[in-house]
Design a protein around this ligand. Structure first.
Ligand code: MBD
Ligand code: FE
Length: 284
């Protein structure tokens, strides 16, 4: 069992790198280089590292350990994981500073576009015996002026009851716990799924090695990922969290915000829990 879990975790990094490369290729590039901007950003990044070496009086031994580790991050396919865990939260903060609607947060390394499209009140693709507490997620997509946004699309993806994402960890059916829900004429949705488990980032790769060496922990609190789109509105990328999770206050990816906390209640109509959360989208 140990080796099985290890194999799954090791594959996740390589898969995340491959999926990212595909998406970048599809997104295309204008090929136009803003030399001044590159000079400024690359220059500052290099200066920050040089300052670190001088300030901390880094030795050759430390420099070589750093070099070996950087090489290993690539070999393990963990650049998406490393960047999304330790840097994306700042990029997201800059990108979304002016929004008036719902807060968003980072996308992370495990998004896939094109998940199966379902009605406004559907069950997310899952195994017949999918382990975990049944969970109903309902609410409404609205504009900042309070208008419902019919036909809005909610993409939802989350880990299973063991913390694994389909298409990244092997052994799970394609699109397991991934779906695109189309809101009804009132902008409403009612999604049936299961509660995801907290997520531990792979411990045996380069990121795990860093975490171990620094004496940090490898956990993200349990979370569900969303992208919500509506015509003439800004796309929102978000994650929602569960109260009481031991890692809500020390998420390794620094992606928890108080506005993103759900309030699950026992479901009066069925086994499990339900929660209500509305998405408010800014105009484009
Ligand atoms: C995840 O599931 C995640 O959401 C992030 C941001 C990083 C690693 C794993
Ligand atoms: Fe995640």
């Amino acid at each position: 069992f140990e080796t099985e879990v290890t194999a799954k975790a090791a594959d996740s990094g390589a898969n995340a790198s491959a999926r990212f490369a595909e998406r970048q290729a599809k997104a295309g590039s204008t090929g136009v280089v803003d030399h001044e901007r590159v000079d400024r950003l690359a220059g500052k990044a290099i200066k920050a590292l040089n300052d670190l070496v001088i300030e901390e009086q880094m030795s050759y031994e430390e420099y070589n350990a750093f070099k070996a580790w950087l090489i290993k991050v690539g070999e393990d396919g963990e650049w998406p994981l490393f960047l999304d865990v330790w840097l994306e939260h700042s990029v997201e903060e800059v990108a979304n500073a002016d929004r008036e609607g719902s807060k968003g947060t980072i996308e992370g390394p495990y998004y896939l576009d094109g998940s199966p499209e379902l009605e406004w009140n559907g069950t997310i693709p899952m195994r017949p015996d999918e382990p975990g507490t049944p969970f109903v997620f309902k609410g409404q997509v609205k504009s900042v002026s309070g208008e419902p946004l019919p036909g809005a699309k909610l993409e939802l993806w989350h880990a299973d009851n063991l913390g694994f994402y389909s298409q990244f960890a092997p052994g799970l059916p394609e699109w397991n716990l991934r779906g695109t829900f189309v809101a009804n004429e009132n902008g409403e949705y009612e999604i049936h799924t299961i509660r995801p488990a907290p997520y531990q980032i792979p411990t045996e790769g380069a990121c795990g090695q860093l975490i171990e060496a620094a004496g940090w922990h490898a956990w993200r609190p349990a979370h569900m990922h969303f992208k919500v789109h509506a015509p003439e509105h800004m796309l929102i990328t978000s994650q929602l969290y569960f109260p009481g999770d031991p890692h809500n206050n020390d998420d390794i990816a620094s992606a928890v915000k108080p506005e993103l906390m759900l309030d699950p209640q026992p479901n009066p109509d069925a086994e499990g829990e339900y929660t209500v959360y509305d998405f408010v989208l800014d105009p484009e």
